[in-house]
Design a protein around this ligand. Structure first.
Ligand code: 4AD
Ligand code: MG
Length: 483
């Protein structure tokens, strides 16, 4: 019986001719005991239900409150009211779930994003989050479509691992050992992980790349799309402790191929949303414009949301080397006027203020920066040949996006066994533990490359949401793990 309902999105496409339909959803507002605005999450548009005088008794009318779930059977008729072409003349209304109007936190008015974060369990029911999460879904679908069309295999890499792929040591430990001080110890006093669940020290994955590389050296082209976890204590609008990442890995690829794929990929998924989510994008475009109006003139963004996306899809990304990026920064008015908080010189790990200067002020478009100093990048990146001591670079590439900063990090991988071994030793990577990874270089090694796209940062870019906590259903950040 429930499967007979028509979704509001589909309903709004009908030509009204008194056909009978069943709709179900949640009441947004109820005016004059007569007009219900009903939403079922299929679109931000509500369907207006007209309740004729005398159809319902007083007790039932009182239960039609904001947030209540109802079932309506009625006829589709043209609407004389403003803002909609059709409405439903109700024949029967059943209350499926009451909602105490006094206690319901989501009142029919504008709430701040901060407040909505505290009631994240209910914010799906707002227009903003409706639009954001429908777009998040569309992006997920577009990502799988893009890679599937290209013949990439989706590989599920493990979530619990014994390695720290990025070598940055920012992992969440996984253990079943007691934490009250009674865990088994070795002779030297350290914890004896032989006694732990997996018989070794384990953590949540920070990246599926290393396992992805193994699959790429058999299937050619693969991608992962999974949750990753980082215990970095960064309380910013761009960092989550649990985020989703897409990591394609391609055999027989060099860094140029890698950049081409990343650019095509980003443009494809944005185009997909522009084509399939027009309504939600238009809503978010207007929302952002409203938010921008609150800012002082000089802080406002030049482009509207849709305008920005159109620009990114239609124009090639800028490509520069790290060395060129540093030169641009050193010659910038911002540097000369000492506007940067952090120092600029060759060898630095660029701070977000530097990245934002490059994309937002200098190039005003996405920028791919390549060939970073070897010392600041991960051990697996391919060492560029013939460079003077102290100036060694790796075939890394980061994509920086306006308003977001780093959205993609990737590289050509070090496929030469001897060079990789040396790099792992330099970085103190436990060789015994990583023997399986070295095997990929021992047996049929090939030039290969890959990258990681931070999914939430991508959703931020497409929806124009300023805080990353507002593009994932339930954000995990330092000191915050609600719901
Ligand atoms: O640059 P990262 O650390 O690269 C890797 O993990 C590589 N293994 C990827 C690869 O080559 N296969 O992370 C990749 C992307 C970043 O560019 C950023 O968009 C996102 O992941 N990211 C985060 N997003 C949200 N919260 C965090 N704490 C993030 N850390 C990285
Ligand atoms: Mg990175």
């Amino acid at each position: 019986m429930f499967s007979k309902r028509i979704k509001v999105k589909e309903l709004l496409q009908l030509t009204p001719n008194e056909q009978e339909v069943t709709v179900m959803g949640w009441v947004r507002t109820f005016r004059n005991n007569q007009f219900i605005a009903l939403n079922d999450g299929s679109t931000n548009n509500n369907i207006q239900i007209v309740v004729a005088l005398g159809l319902l008794d007083d007790a039932t009318l009182k239960r039609i409150t904001t947030g209540a779930a109802i079932k309506v059977i009625g006829n589709v008729i043209p609407s004389v009211g403003k803002g909609q072409s059709l409405e439903i003349k109700a024949n029967s209304i059943e209350i499926l779930g009451d909602s105490d109007a006094e206690k319901y936190p989501l009142q029919p008015k504008k709430h701040s994003l901060e407040f909505l974060r505290e009631i994240a369990h209910l914010r799906f029911r707002t227009n903003t989050f409706g639009a954001v999460f429908r777009i998040r879904h569309a992006l997920t679908f577009a990502i799988h479509q893009f890679f599937n069309d290209k013949g990439f295999l989706n590989i599920h890499t493990p979530i619990i691992t014994a390695s720290d792929a990025e070598g940055a040591g920012e992992t969440f430990r996984v253990t079943t050992l007691p934490i009250d001080g009674t865990a088994p110890r070795n002779a030297d006093g350290s914890i004896n992980f032989n006694e732990d669940f997996f018989g070794k020290s384990t953590n949540l994955t920070v990246s599926g790349q290393l396992e992805g590389e193994l699959a790429a050296t058999a299937f050619g082209n693969i991608y992962t799309f999974g949750p990753t976890f980082r215990a970095e204590n960064s309380n910013t609008t761009r960092h989550l402790a649990e985020f989703w990442m897409i990591e394609p890995e391609m055999a027989f690829y060099d860094i140029e191929d890698n950049m081409d794929l990343a650019e095509e990929f980003i443009q494809y998924i944005i185009s997909y949303v522009m084509e399939h989510n027009k309504e939600d994008l238009t809503f978010l475009d207007a929302r952002l414009a409203e938010e921008e109006k609150q800012k002082p003139q000089n802080e406002r963004q030049e482009f509207g949301l849709i305008e920005k996306l159109k620009f990114v899809v239609e124009n090639k990304f800028e490509r520069i080397t790290y060395t060129q990026a540093i030169d641009i920064l050193l010659n910038s008015p911002a540097y000369k006027k000492k506007k940067f908080k952090y120092d600029v010189k060759w060898g630095i790990d660029m701070q977000s203020e530097h990245e934002r200067y490059l994309v937002e002020k200098h190039f005003k478009k996405p920028v791919i920066v390549s060939n970073y100093p070897a010392a600041i990048k991960a051990f697996y990146m391919r060492l560029n040949d013939g460079e003077e001591a102290g100036k060694e670079t790796v075939a890394a590439m980061d994509i920086l996006a306006p308003g977001i900063g780093e959205i993609v990090g990737g590289s050509q991988r070090e496929e030469r066994y001897d060079v990789l071994l040396k790099r792992m030793q330099q970085f103190n990577i436990p060789l015994q533990e990583m023997n399986w990874y070295l095997d990929s270089r021992r047996f049929g090694t090939v030039p290969h490359a890959g990258f990681g796209l931070g999914f939430e940062r991508m959703v931020q870019f497409v929806t124009g949401m300023t805080n990353i906590r507002d593009v994932i259903p339930f954000a995990r950040t330092p000191k915050n793990c609600e719901f």
